[in-house]
Design a protein around this ligand. Structure first.
Ligand code: FE2
Ligand code: FE2
Length: 263
């Protein structure tokens, strides 16, 4: 019987996107079926394996995306979303594999479910790109998405504060406007994909918040102020409005967390 840590590590070290999705969903299934030993006998890699394409560029080097409904603009939108989901697979795997030993079985189950969702999101978006005559890897992508993981590799509370509760929560804020635009352009299949992603992401933020609250309880910290200090220390960007307060609240993230540090 292989161990949970070895299975997760090998999915992280799979570079090919299709193979990474397959490996991730397999680990999630094996874990659910009780086919992986509860043992953390290998460390997670500092950086997961990624394919040669897309080329990763610093945010400032990214070509400007033109607004409007041009074919190229649409492909650029779906490509950037596919890249976010691709990195999200590794973020969820790393969460479970790196912090599972200290956080316990429910934590691993929750984040393996997240990883399987992200693999599905990526697969839907990769197929969408192919229907548009493109593919994942055809355009450059943001290099910075792993930074938050690296910055919080030694502290599970910081990782939860920044990845699900800032970055994924940001997805809840911006997706409705994208969804409206996609729907207005008559792209019903695209709207369906985004609706599904939005629903799933509420659960991802909720999982992050649930386990963050446990961390706060363990250290007898006040959750809102612990979250604010960790975000200030570990997150380089801004927590900024407009907020999707209702989706955030559905995920357990009340304004008491983010209103005070928003700007
Ligand atoms: Fe996702
Ligand atoms: Fe997610």
């Amino acid at each position: 019987m292989t161990t949970i840590a070895r299975a997760i590590r090998s999915a992280l070290l799979t570079a090919d996107p299709r193979a990474k999705c397959f490996a991730t969903r397999q680990v999630a299934r094996d874990w659910r079926m009780g086919m992986l030993a509860w043992e953390f006998d290998v460390a997670m890699p500092d950086q997961p394996a990624w394919p040669d394409a897309p080329e990763l560029l610093a945010p400032g080097q990214m070509p400007k995306r033109r607004k409007g409904g041009s074919e190229r603009g649409r492909i650029a939108l779906w490509h950037s979303l596919a890249h976010i989901e691709f990195v999200a697979i590794d973020l969820a795997l790393d969460m479970a594999g790196r912090f599972g030993a200290e956080m316990g079985r429910e934590f691993v189950s929750d984040f393996m479910d997240v990883a399987a969702d992200e693999a599905m999101h990526f697969a839907l978006l990769a197929r969408k790109l192919e229907q548009l005559g493109s593919h994942y890897g055809a355009l450059p992508a943001h290099a910075g998405l792993w930074e938050a993981a690296h910055a919080t590799r030694d502290d599970v509370a910081a990782r939860l504060a920044v990845v699900p509760m800032v970055l994924e929560a940001r997805g809840l804020d911006v997706t409705p406007a994208t969804l409206d635009r996609v729907r207005a352009s008559g792209d019903e299949s695209g709207a369906k994909i985004l609706t599904r992603i939005l629903d799933d992401e509420i659960r991802h933020v909720a999982a992050g918040t649930k386990h963050f609250l446990r961390c706060a309880e363990r250290t007898r910290s006040e959750p809102e102020s612990l979250w604010q200090s960790l975000v200030k220390r570990h997150f380089k960007g801004h927590v900024k409005p407009p907020f999707n307060d209702s989706a955030r609240l559905a995920a357990g993230l009340s304004r008491g967390f983010y209103a005070e540090i928003a700007h």
